[in-house]
Design a protein around this ligand. Structure first.
Ligand SMILES: [Zn+2]
Length: 109
């Protein structure tokens, strides 16, 4: 992949990481521990716990994606970015456009 394309995907990755970090920052309070406060009813407590569960699940996925982005940036430094992690063939750039942190080509995924 030439330098221009690499730079393009590098800024896509950095932008994506930035978006995830700010989303995580703004949802911080949602994943806090639900107080088992008896002053709120049982139903709203279940609601709160369900919301917390969803927030935790979202956070887990966001962390995984940040990790994938960090790995993709590392592959750029090593010069292996855009190569399938399995068959070592070039990953189609349209596929990288959709998800620049993707590791496998269409056939191996
Ligand atoms: Zn492959």
């Amino acid at each position: 992949m030439d330098t221009d394309r690499l730079d393009h995907f590098r800024s896509r990755l950095e932008l994506l990481a930035e978006e995830i970090r700010s989303a995580m920052e703004s949802s911080k309070e949602d994943s806090g521990v639900v107080e088992l406060d008896t002053s709120i009813g049982r139903l709203s407590r279940m609601d709160a716990m369900q919301n917390q569960q969803m927030a935790l699940e979202l956070r887990r996925r966001q962390e995984q994606q940040l990790q994938r982005i960090a790995n993709a940036l590392k592959r750029m430094d090593k010069g292996t970015y855009g190569l399938c992690g399995k068959c070592k063939q070039l990953i189609a750039e349209v596929r990288l456009e959709v998800s620049p942190d993707v590791v496998l080509c269409v056939r191996c995924a």
